[in-house]
Write a protein that binds this ligand. Sequence first.
Ligand code: GDP
Length: 313
Amino acid sequence: MISNQQALRNIAIVAHVDHGKTTLVDALLGQSGIFRDNEAVPTCVMDSNDLERERGITILSKNTAVIYNDTRINIVDTPGHADFGGEVERVLGMVDGCLLIVDANEGPMPQTRFVLKKALEQGLRPIVFVNKIDRARVEPETAVDKVLDLFLELGADDDQCDFPYLFGSGLGGFAKPDMQTESENMKPLFDAIIRHVPPPIGDQTKPLQLQITSLDYSDFLGRIIIGRVHNGVIRSGQRASLIKESGKLKQGRISKLMGFEGLQRIDIEEAYAGNIVAVSGFDDVNIGETIACPDEPKALPLIKVDEPTLQMT
Ligand code: GDP
């Protein structure tokens, strides 16, 4: 696992349904690792994508990681619907930047507005990707203007309004900084992520603090916790304390520690502040609670969430 935070980026991907989130992440996965000097394309990643394609279903995993020039980019999916309001905020609280995908023809739509509002409130500076420009009769520049109007309407600050934007096609697997340029790959988008998303902050020398952002379950491992290591280092097998919302402590052990690679979870020995990991070993857990060092357990502030609203936006 990477201990150098400079070589790590955490980004959320947000979009209106059908604007091409899944296809774009697929393209990034397909090109993960290929820009590293003298290294072969990681075939296992390609294979898993091809398999999905063959079956005609693309599944966007909630957590994905791609590699670009020795930098690990953790990509976290964000639900677009207002029913998941609380989850959107939690996911956005785990990342340092976000990629907003907008269909070149449709421009911003209701869910674009909903997720963008949350991202701006969290102080994130989105990168805008105007997608599907391979289609005929697209007006990509108009889409950028409409996105800027939306930023202004949502009260974005000057920095946020000065958003970087790219044009491209997830399906075609390319991104470019302007419509005049030719591009055959996603390199411009990878570069924009590295340049505009700040590396995670967090002190690796402090006692461990991991905030639980989402929960999963497997028959084999039981409850699986997903969250970001805010401070310290987490190690497979170590003792740890779960700090409940009430302040009560529960002692336990990190029975399994996993990182993300492509669409898979892989076993890892340790992970440093700034990383997003999956952990098993604690059962009675709730979102927002903290896993901490048993000698110095200190809770992270609970993530404030609006409770889900049930109307469509
Ligand atoms: P999601 O709902 O945001 O995850 O969207 P998907 O990635 O599933 O894409 C929705 C539809 O748009 C699918 O039929 C895709 O094949 C299509 N699509 C996605 N990206 C592109 C693109 O760059 N160009 C074109 N022409 N179609 C695309």
